[in-house]
Design a protein around this ligand. Structure first.
Ligand SMILES: Nc1nc2c(c(=O)[nH]1)N[C@H]1C(S)=C(S)[C@@H](COP(=O)(O)O)O[C@H]1N2
Ligand SMILES: [Mo]
Length: 299
C-alpha cells in the first residue's frame, strides 16, 4: 500500500504546516514553542516547550536523574563521522556513516509532530525531524522477522554503563519487521528544527510513537536484521515490568503503577493529568498490527 494511504492525515497536515515553520526557523526567525503549536492542526496536540523536552531526559548511560543528563553529556565529543553497523547473518555486515544512511533513506528533512509517552507515565509532544525507518530498510534491502538496535556501550562516554552493572549493556531495543516498516516509525536526526541534542540521543535515534518511550532507543550504533526476537535491555533486566511489544495501553497497568492516566510535561511540580490513549492515540494507524494480541494483557 502506498505510504500516503496509511499515514494518518494528521502527519501530513502537520508536515505541511511544519515545513512552513521550519522555513521560518532556518530563515533565522526562531519561533518560541507557542508559535510551533500554531502549526499543529490537531488542537489536542500542544507542543512541549523545547527547554523541557531537552532538559528532562532518560538516558541511563549517563544518569538515572532526568535533570542531570543534559549537563553530563557536555563532555561527550560526538564521534565524527558517526558510524552505524548494519548486520545480517545472511549477508555481509557493512558499516555506514550517518550521512551515507541519510543518503540511502532519501534525506532527513521530514518533520513529524508526535505524542511521546514514557512508561513512567509522563508525556510530551515533540516536533521531530528525520526520515521514516521504512525508507532506510527498503534501500538496504534486507529482510528478517525482527530488527535489533543498539546504542554505544562505551563507559568512557556513558559512565553509568560501568556503574549500573546489573543491566545488560549496551542499551538494546527491537521491533518486528512490520513495526519497523510502519510509516509512523521514524528515525530522528533533529527536533524543534535543530539537530538532535546529545541528551535526546544524537545523532540518530528511533521514535516509535505508539510504544512506551523506552523503545525509542537513542544514539544508535548498530542495526541488525535477525529472525530471533531481540533481547532488549529492559525486557531482559525486568521482564515482568517491561515487555518486548510495550504498546501504550491504559488498560494494562505497570506492576507498580497505573497507566490509565499520564502527566503532561509542563515544568510544574503538579503537572496536569490526562487519560492515556490506547496505542498513544495512534490506534487507527497501528491496531491492525496487533489483531492477534489480547489487548488486556501485558506484552
Ligand atoms: N540508549 C538509550 N536510549 C533510551 C533510553 C536510555 O536510557 N538509553 N531511555 C529511553 C526512555 S525510558 C525514554 S522515556 C526515552 C527518553 O527520550 P528523551 O530523553 O528524548 O525524552 O528515551 C529512551 N531511549
Ligand atoms: Mo521512559
Amino acid at each position: 500500500m502506498p505510504q500516503e494511504k496509511i499515514t494518518p492525515q494528521i502527519v501530513f497536515e502537520n508536515r505541511r504546516q511544519f515545513l512552513k515553520a521550519a522555513a521560518l526557523v532556518t530563515s533565522g526567525a526562531l519561533l518560541p514553542e507557542e508559535a510551533w503549536s500554531k502549526f499543529v492542526s490537531d488542537p489536542s496536540l500542544k507542543i512541549t516547550k523545547e527547554e523541557l523536552a531537552t532538559s528532562y531526559n532518560n538516558f541511563y548511560e549517563f544518569s538515572l536523574e532526568k535533570g542531570e543528563v543534559k549537563k553530563l553529556v557536555e563532555k561527550w565529543n560526538l564521534q565524527k563521522p558517526w558510524k552505524v553497523e548494519v548486520k545480517d547473518p545472511k549477508k555481509k555486515s557493512k558499516t555506514y556513516t550517518l550521512d551515507e544512511l541519510i543518503g540511502l533513506a532519501g534525506g532527513d528533512k521530514e518533520e513529524r509532530v508526535y505524542r511521546f509517552r514514557c512508561v513512567e507515565a509522563w508525556a510530551m509532544v515533540v516536533p521531530w525531524r528525520g526520515f521514516p525507518l521504512a525508507n532506510l530498510i527498503k534501500a538496504l534491502g534486507h529482510e528478517s522477522k525482527y530488527i535489533e538496535f543498539k546504542t554505544f556501550g562505551d563507559s568512557k562516554i556513558g559512565p553509568n554503563i560501568s556503574r549500573l552493572s546489573q543491566y545488560s549493556w549496551p542499551y538494546t531495543e527491537g521491533l518486528t519487521f512490520e513495526e519497523a516498516t510502519h510509516p509512523l516509525t521514524f528515525i530522528a536526526t533533529g527536533m524543534y528544527g535543530k539537530d538532535l541534542p546529545k541528551q535526546n540521543g544524537a545523532p540518530l535515534r528511533l521514535v516509535v510513537p505508539w510504544k512506551y518511550g523506552f523503545k525509542s532507543i537513542k544514539s544508535i550504533v548498530s542495526i541488525e536484521f535477525k529472525d530471533e526476537q531481540p533481547k532488549t535491555l529492559w525486557a531482559t533486566s525486568a521482564p515482568n515490568e517491561y515487555g518486548f511489544y510495550a504498546n501504550v495501553n491504559p488498560k494494562v497497568p505497570h506492576p507498580r503503577w497505573s497507566q490509565a492516566t499520564e502527566r503532561i510535561l509542563d515544568g510544574s511540580f503538579f503537572p496536569k493529568r490526562q487519560p492515556t490513549l490506547l496505542f498513544n492515540g495512534y490506534e487507527k494507524e497501528v491496531a491492525h498490527l496487533y489483531k492477534n494480541l489480547d489487548l488486556t494483557k501485558f506484552y
